[in-house]
Design a protein around this ligand. Sequence first.
Ligand code: PGA
Length: 246
Amino acid sequence: MNIVTVKNDMQLSDVASSQILKAIENKPDLVLGIATGGTPAGTYQQLVKKVQLKSVDLSNIKTVNLDEYVGLARDHEESYWHYLHEHLYGPLELSPDQAIIPNGLNKKLEEECVRYEQAIQQVGGVDLQILGVGRNGHIGFNEPGTSLDSKTHVVELTDSTRQANARFFEDPSEVPTRAITVGISTIMKSRSILLLASGEEKAAAVSALLSGKIDKNWPVTILNEHPDVTLVVTEDAKAEEQGHAG
Ligand code: PGA
């Protein structure tokens, strides 16, 4: 694993956005895996600025979302469809055709999961997957205990995750209880992974990862088996003594 330790969010966003830009310059039809949440927001902001500054053509990229809440309308401010459009598609004027995203409103959720897994395969799989990590070690919405062989599936969100995400909702009871997420095996098929971790609340998850052991209760640790991972981590997210979770 390649580890880049940075002082703060600003530096994290700078390093991560430069890596994404480089990947797009190397492969103009890049399939980019999109994480949502607080951590990558600054990265997308800086990516937009850099793309505009260099007039990079993004019309051939595709994006693949990691996850989507079940039951939120697309235009709900906290849906990940909305996040994608607010942070990337709007400012970069990308065509909605370039976005592959789970439909959390599909009444037939199991069919939606199968469709989504196929849709990812149809674009040739993800070239570069951006990932955040939950304070409980989840990647995507693959909560602790998720099978390492999992494909796209519906999850019941843990209390820890719902509480962490409540900060984005006016009323915490509005946080959906379920989501569609790509699986751990889906993530592991990405050709490269850019994992972002910021803040002391991520230190336990980062510590588990850096212990080098694979532990189903800390899904992020599976990335130790991936051949091409770059971790961009702030000093405070790396502060915990190694061995905490091992
Ligand atoms: P965050 O979420 O970036 O909002 O902390 C990360 C995650 O839950 O994967």
